[in-house]
Ligand binder design. Structure first.
Ligand code: MSP
Length: 670
């Protein structure tokens, strides 16, 4: 069985986890799941980096001992991950006794090989980076990362003969194109290696200056430099040198942001080489999440809490956004507006809508049972082919850490399926009694939807599981839904006729932007305005709110007459017939149905209508109805209505206006 292992950086425990940490860990989790879905034996490692000056300083600030402090924050990281849907196999801490032992064994091995020596050294030390800078590396005398003046420290220390391995490293990187990816970071490292700025690495700190670290096995007056200690986590967690996991999962892949490129691309491979160990396979490097064009930082107060985002917008939608929005390698901007935009466009409109309309139609036409298809027509075969292409691209791009592009290729399929629904018009086939063709169309849609759900499991494990359950598939929590993604790409099948499906689906309710509509009513509008709004909604969407009772009574009044209008006024009203292709309850308003109606305009129109007390969604689905189309769009409880369905109401109830025989969608009413 092919094995795969992926790591995140082990995070410093000097502050609470934020969006940046969550992103890397969610990406690692998605990669781990992707490889499980490909049938591989997977190991996913994360953890915390707990030694060094920074930690001691942060603990002091809290009035705690370093150990108490690291225990508290490390526990917060550990507790966070399951709440973000992350299923790591191991959590490593650099204060674990087993890790300390491995670091000492590693140091001893390199020392015995003659690659560690004792010497006097003076350097510019940045406490933020926990490292010495050479004169050449400083920018205007400042640390290039923190823009602070480093302290010049001169002391006796131990050094790793890194410079000995730099020519070899340069060769290796030049000969192995995807060792560091994307390419821009590979080029950055090559430039670093060619600049001549790199020297031997100071790997100790005298205990007179710092005691919070791992003691050097060959000198008890020194502790190990925190980066040398931390990088070794990647093999200590696997039980190097003799552990079965080391034999099974090393070498693996690493995932980091560009801030820690150098330790991973230069220190770590040379350390491995000196210890006689195989190099990792890939170093995957991503950019920063920015908030209003600035890197997130606690001191700037622009830190985004990933848990809060997951709670407010749905964990899976948040995970999708992170992978879709950031082009791996480049920086990306985080904003709630961008998050809401993606949720509404990609998830609610495209994906959620597809599931909702296809499952409702299958409920109406086939009693929620997967029908038997009768051979593919040309347009069905085109969908099958697009499905295979989209899945193949998705799989290749995902494996090469191009998540945004991978998801985009899958969405080409999602959007094509929505168009296929429009072009095949199952409601017309149903009206015509063409059940054979209807069965094939629905089977094509359902088959492709199952494939999409499978592909999405690495990114949105919870939602993908729900999608598969709605499609009558049995899925076990946290195990891959199929054993081989590759096999799924080849065949356009997988759904057994006769399988029972969910009758409806509401995976992603649309989200209202914070500053829109309802927020305003609090500040600027009083009760009177709110009431006026309810009336307006009631007129247009025959809405819902408690204040509408008078309006409903008015509507039921069959005797009062309106003033005369002229013919031109009547002609100005755009009255049309259309077929209801999606019908579901409004997520935030009990009395309203959300309809999508095909008026022959290419894409169906969303109209909200106060029908829910009189009709179920299934009652109206597939019906031809009459509507006014040229009213201004109106927002009702977060959703926008683009028209008004005509009804007739009397004391006994409410009826829909329909036509006496089928007409083309969009036919004018005159
Ligand atoms: N302890 C070291 C890593 C040692 S690994 C052997 C460290 N820790 S850290 O807590 O500072 O984590 C840095 C990592 O957190 C980045 O490489 C990245 O994975 C993640 N991120 C922190 N802030 C980030 C952004 N603003 N944007 C994207 N990722 C960010 O360095």
């Amino acid at each position: 069985m092919k094995t795969y292992s992926i790591t995140t950086p082990i995070y410093y425990v000097n502050a609470d986890p934020h969006l940046g940490h969550a992103y890397t860990t969610i990406v690692a989790d998605s990669l781990a799941r992707f490889h499980k879905l490909s049938g591989e034996d997977v190991f996913f490692l994360t953890g915390t980096d707990e030694h060094g000056d920074k930690i001691v300083q942060a603990a002091e600030k809290q009035g705690q001992s370093p150990q108490e402090f690291v225990d508290t924050i490390s526990a917060r990281f550990q507790a966070l991950w399951p709440s973000l849907g992350i299923a790591n196999d191991r959590f490593v801490r650099t204060t674990d006794p087993a890790h300390k032992q491995v670091v000492q064994d590693f140091l001893q091995k390199v020392y015995d090989a003659g690659d560690i020596y004792f010497g006097e050294f003076g350097g510019h030390y940045c406490y933020g980076c926990e490292r010495f800078y050479t004169e050449k590396e400083l920018e205007d005398g400042l640390c290039p990362q923190h823009l602070t003046k480093p302290e010049f420290i001169s002391e006796k220390n131990y050094f790793f003969r890194m410079s000995k391995y730099l020519p070899w490293l340069r060769e290796h990187i030049a000969a192995t194109p995807d060792f560091i990816r994307p390419e821009r970071y590979r080029n950055e490292v090559l430039a670093m290696l060619e600049s001549g700025a790199l020297e031997d690495l100071c790997i100790s700190r005298p205990k007179s200056r710092l005691t919070w670290g791992i003691e050097l096995p060959f000198d008890k007056d020194y502790v190990c430099y925190v980066w040398f200690d931390a990088l070794i986590n990647y093999i200590s967690a696997l039980g190097w040198p003799d552990g079965a996991d080391f034999a099974r999962f090393w070498p693996g892949e690493h995932l980091v942001a560009k801030d820690i490129l150098k330790p991973h691309a230069v220190f770590w491979p040379t350390m491995l080489k000196a210890a006689g160990l195989p190099l990792y396979r890939h170093l995957n490097v991503h950019g920063y999440w920015l908030v209003r064009d600035t890197k997130m930082s606690k001191s700037l107060g622009n830190v985004v809490d990933p848990l809060q985002m997951g709670r407010s917008y749905g964990l899976d939608a948040f995970r999708y956004f992170l992978l879709r929005e950031m082009h791996f390698g480049s920086d990306a901007s985080f904003s709630e507006d961008a998050l809401i935009g993606r949720i509404n466009a990609d998830l609610a409109n495209d994906l959620g809508n597809l599931f909702s309309r296809v499952l409702s139609m299958t409920a109406k036409y086939f009693g929620s049972i997967v029908p038997e298809g009768r051979g593919l027509a040309e347009e069905d075969a085109a969908i099958a082919e697009l499905c295979a292409t989209a899945m193949r691209n998705y799989s290749q791009l995902f494996g090469h850490v191009q998540f945004a592009q991978a998801l985009e290729s899958l969405w080409e399929l999602v959007r094509a399926l929505n168009k296929y629904v429009d072009s095949q018009a199952p409601w017309t086939l149903y009206k015509q009694g063409n059940m054979e063709r209807l069965a094939t169309v629905m089977l094509v849609l359902l088959t492709a939807m199952r494939k999409i759900a499978i592909c999405l499991w690495p990114v949105m494990p919870g939602i993908a599981t729900r999608m598969l359950e709605q499609l009558g598939q049995s899925v076990q929590a946290d195990s891959a839904p199929v054993a081989s993604l590759e096999a799924e790409i080849g065949d356009f099948d997988g759904l057994q006729p006769g399988t029972a499906l969910a009758a409806s689906s509401n995976l992603f309710p649309r989200i209202e932007k914070k500053d829109a509509e309802s927020g305003n009513s609090k500040n600027s509008t009083g009760k009177a305005l709110r009431k006026e709004k309810n009336r307006a909604e009631a007129r247009q969407g025959q809405a819902t709110a408690p204040a509408d009772t008078t309006t409903q009574a008015e509507a039921a009044d069959t005797t009062s007459r309106r003033p005369e209008i002229d013919f031109e006024q009547f002609k100005a009203v755009d009255l049309r017939v259309g077929t209801v292709v999606v019908a579901e309850k409004h997520p935030n308003a009990d009395r309203i149905l959300r309809l999508e109606i095909d008026f022959g305009e290419g894409t169906p129109r969303q109209i909200l209508s106060g029908l829910a007390e009189h009709f179920t969604p299934e009652d109206v689905l597939g019906q031809q109805v009459c509507a006014v189309l040229n009213l201004p769009p109106r927002k009702i409880r977060g959703l926008v209505s683009h028209g008004m369905v005509l009804t007739a109401q009397d004391g006994k109830g409410l009826r829909l206006l329909t036509v006496s025989g089928a007409v083309d969608n969009g036919a004018e009413i005159a």
